[in-house]
Design a protein around this ligand. Structure first.
Ligand SMILES: [Mg+2]
Ligand SMILES: [Zn+2]
Length: 181
């Protein structure tokens, strides 16, 4: 399958509001205005949409995998209401000290996405994130990095490191509009 029409999104701070206290339940999962509609526009334009998300709150014991699944169900229902869906959600459930290969900035989740959808490569696939590590994980696989200012994005921008050649947009809606223009 061609990787031309795929896109990889971070979740917290890109699709839903992030929290320094972690997003631990469906109740705490609040969509960023316009993000779900943006995903629907990607689907209507023929894009494969995959989510790659660090969820160390599971490894830290702050919430369970079942809680995560319940958040996914809420997102799916809300996406369905606007005519959207995602093709896959790939998560790293590990705590930072577990030494896994899937916690961004490592590229393990991106490797899983490439394998799951039998993509020849992820070269040029847009990766949209609010943290530098989202972009670094994608860049390790040849993805094109896009930063959004939602979530931790303003903080990432202020640090100003590792952002050469990185496109910056206010939010997912604006990034998708630019991509589809
Ligand atoms: Mg994030
Ligand atoms: Zn992991």
């Amino acid at each position: 399958m061609s990787a031309q029409k795929w896109i990889i999104l971070d979740r917290d701070g890109v699709i839903n509001e992030d929290s320094d206290e972690y997003v631990k339940s469906a109740e705490e999962w609040i969509a960023i205005p316009g993000s779900l509609e943006a995903i629907a526009r990607l689907k209507q334009a023929g894009y494969g949409v995959a989510i790659a998300t660090n969820q160390s709150g599971i490894g830290r014991g702050l919430f369970s995998f079942e809680d995560f699944e319940t958040m996914c169900e809420k997102m799916d229902v809300m996406l369905d209401q606007v005519g959207g869906w995602v093709d896959g959600i790939f998560l790293c459930p590990h705590a930072p000290d577990e030494g896994c290969h899937c916690r961004k900035p490592l590229p393990g989740l991106f490797e899983q996405i490439q394998e799951a959808f039998e993509l020849n490569s992820l070269e040029g696939v847009p990766v949209i994130g609010d943290s530098l590590r989202d972009l670094q994980a994608g860049q390790a696989m040849g993805c094109t990095p896009i930063l959004v200012k939602t979530g931790k994005g303003e903080r990432t921008l202020k640090k100003g490191q590792g952002l050469e050649g990185v496109a910056v947009y206010d939010d997912l809606a604006e990034a998708v509009n630019a991509l589809l223009a």
